[in-house]
Design a protein around this ligand. Structure first.
Ligand code: SAM
Length: 225
């Protein structure tokens, strides 16, 4: 059984370290979700709802997704995808962990979201430049580099002409030493790197929310038509 008295990220850290030692930077996600399914691990990012900075951004923008398509990257528990689908977007949400996808479908049995198991590093060709809104919350920060730079470029590649990318990640400030992750917070240069393949920054801001003591990037980017 997972020990609730231990730090919430203990199991993720242990499994990630073993995975990285085997030169497999993404294998630990499935192992973590599978262990959590049997009560043998805690998924530290499994919140009760959508990410506060995504919620705030949506409230500020007053977004209506009717008739438009959205993609949620590394969707994990599914709360962000459910929020986005609730705005009217035809929403696809993917994760590399098949167990996470199965759990999200079971958690939201009446969901309008199309939950799909897929790898951000090798996404289906049909997803290229296909989504009016792309939401990436804490996926890239869960990957070391490599393959981080490739993952950033793949996220940006999902945005359709006229579309928007919203990326949320912890901040690694100038002068901070590299993190002994996961997670590996993003530098300014790394958050700026989402502006690739024609994407243009709209706002890149540092934010705080009441569920975390650290600074967060919230980056909104746009692909011109
Ligand atoms: C830190 S969690 C964040 C989950 C979710 N976005 C949230 O905020 O609750 C990172 C997620 O990205 C997924 N992930 C990691 N690498 C991935 C990849 N290459 N392709 C798809 N999903 C990936 C993991 O399985 C995990 O669910």
């Amino acid at each position: 059984m997972a020990d609730e008295d231990q730090p919430r990220d203990r199991d993720a850290t242990r499994l990630a370290r073993a995975s990285l030692a085997a030169d497999d930077p993404t294998g630990w996600f499935e192992r973590l979700y599978a262990a959590a399914e049997t009560g043998d691990a805690i998924v530290p990012w499994d919140r009760a709802g959508a990410h506060p900075l995504l919620l705030e951004w949506i409230a500020q923008r007053g977004i209506d997704g009717t008739g438009r398509r959205a993609m949620v990257v590394g969707a994990g528990p599914g709360h962000d995808a459910e929020l986005v689908a609730g705005l009217g977007f035809a929403t696809v949400a993917f994760d590399i962990s098949e167990t996470a996808i199965r759990a999200a479908r079971a958690r939201f049995p009446d969901s309008a979201v199309d939950y799909v198991a897929a790898d951000l590093l090798d996404p289906p060709a049909a997803w290229q430049a296909a989504f009016d809104l792309v939401v990436e919350v804490m996926t890239v920060q869960a990957l070391p580099d490599p393959p981080r730079a490739a993952a950033i470029a793949q996220v940006s590649g999902l945005v359709a002409p006229g579309g928007t990318l919203l990326a949320v990640a912890a901040v690694r400030a100038d002068g901070d030493p590299p993190a002994d992750g996961p997670p590996w917070p993003l530098t300014r240069r790394e958050i700026d790197a989402f502006a690739t393949g024609g994407l243009e920054p709209v706002t890149i801001e540092i934010s705080r929310h009441d569920q975390s003591p650290v600074d967060w990037w919230r980056a909104e980017l746009h692909r011109p038509r």
